[in-house]
Design a protein around this ligand. Structure first.
Ligand code: FES
Ligand SMILES: [Fe+2]
Length: 401
């Protein structure tokens, strides 16, 4: 993939949209049964066939910069331990001791090795068993059977993906289809992680729908973004992944350097920064929003299914290209708080209220407009994963129909 050519093509289409004040509409309004947000069986299938089959973007490289840095998380009911090894390679393990399943690490941090809090078996950062206390009494456990359960993992574009099926083939290329090469233009591996927070929400798809359209911006976010905010998104699709560009000529709170300024510059001289405008969606559950405060920053939102169909957790992770000096920290923190407020007090309460009405079972269907093509795209890809027989490998699911 010619990254610059792809970015330039997107920017040109965006300039056309800005000129005409219109977007490329989806072919038609679509609808889906409201039960996609409330049905227990569908939810179980999503966890099994989507969250255990599609590669998931779990962490930013800069969260795990040094060997021994580790991140503890729960994804769709699976406790995970992501760690950078002494060889610099990032690995993802089930956060479970192979003696009898105790959680090895309770929180993110740094470890030279993992020692189980139950009977103190210990493991190297590569997952191999180091020591069994009182082994003369216990006996010698088989080293192969005693390795931590490992998931296929890759690190690209300064981001870390894993497939939550230990037996899966590492088909990352089939899934990403070059989208990672576009993301690599940000250079996230050199950025800095300065804050993360978790916010509770309703069904994970209801919570994520709100990341996929701008239709609601001047309405639901009237108090925070203002009533004049554009509600038009131009969508750019890359397999299941997508970008959203806000069709707006006026400055707004997040971006000061978007594509509008390119109109007066010869195309060959277009700088990289505005070419990376907008919101980047990594299927199925991650959105990356750019903002500018003391340099470039992004908020990476990961929306994870919760314990039940009606619950989710949104993790907001803030990265900045500049190291956190005092002034930057203050600015970045202000932006972080603002976006925490937008999502935490506007989007997520809305999704909880929707969950309640949809759970009544009395609204048969929900609708997605011609201006919400990205939401249509998202649900089509979920269906494709959920409906593909369990023995279909990733490359086959990814083939265009
Ligand atoms: S469960 Fe970990 S050492 Fe026993
Ligand atoms: Fe929103």
């Amino acid at each position: 993939m010619d990254v610059r050519a792809a970015l330039v093509a997107d920017a040109k289409r965006m300039l056309d949209c800005l000129k005409s004040g219109s977007i490329t509409q989806a072919a038609s309004i679509t609808s889906l049964p409201a039960s996609i947000y409330t049905d227990d069986e569908g939810f179980a299938l999503e966890k099994e066939r989507l969250f255990r089959r599609a590669p998931l973007m779990l962490a930013a490289s800069c969260e795990l910069r040094e060997p021994g840095d580790c991140k503890v998380m729960d994804v769709a009911g699976i406790p995970l331990l992501v760690v950078r090894g002494r060889d610099g390679v990032v690995r993802t393990f089930l956060n479970a001791c192979t003696h009898r399943g105790a959680r090895l690490m309770r929180e993110c941090g740094h470890a030279a090795r993992f020692t189980c809090p139950y009977h103190a078996w210990s493991f190297r950062l590569d997952g191999s068993l180091v020591a069994v206390p009182a082994s003369e009494a216990f006996g010698d456990p088989d080293p192969d059977d005693s390795r931590l359960v490992a998931f296929p993992t890759t690190e690209r574009a300064g981001l870390i993906w894993a497939i939550l099926d230990p037996a899966a083939a590492p088909d990352f290329d089939a899934f990403l289809g070059g989208y990672d090469k576009l993301l690599a233009a940000f250079g996230f591996e050199h950025w800095h992680h300065f804050e993360s927070r978790s916010l509770a929400g309703a069904n994970w798809k209801l919570a994520f729908d709100a990341h996929l359209e701008f239709y609601h911006l001047p309405v639901l976010h009237r108090a925070t973004f203002g009533p004049k905010m554009s509600n038009l998104a131009e969508y750019f699709y890359y397999g299941p992944h997508q970008r959203l560009g806000l069709v707006s000529r006026s400055e707004h709170v997040l971006e000061q350097d978007d594509v509008a300024g390119l109109a007066d510059i010869p195309e060959d001289d277009w700088p990289l920064l505005p070419l990376l405008f907008g919101e980047w969606i990594i299927f199925p559950n991650v959105s990356i929003n750019c903002f500018y405060k003391g340099g470039r920053g992004v908020i990476i939102s990961q929306v994870f299914p919760g314990a039940t169909v009606g619950e989710s957790v949104t993790v907001q992770m803030f990265l900045h290209e500049n190291p956190p000096g005092e002034a930057l920290l203050e600015d970045a923190r202000a932006m972080s708080e603002f976006l925490g407020q937008v999502v935490g007090t506007e989007d997520l309460p809305m999704s909880r209220a929707q969950q309640e009405t949809l759970s009544s079972g009395l609204l048969a269907r929900v609708q997605f407009g011609r201006n919400e093509g990205g939401v249509q795209h998202f649900h089509e890809w979920i269906q494709r994963f959920v409906e593909a027989p369990i023995n279909h490998l990733l490359p086959r699911i990814m083939q265009q129909l």
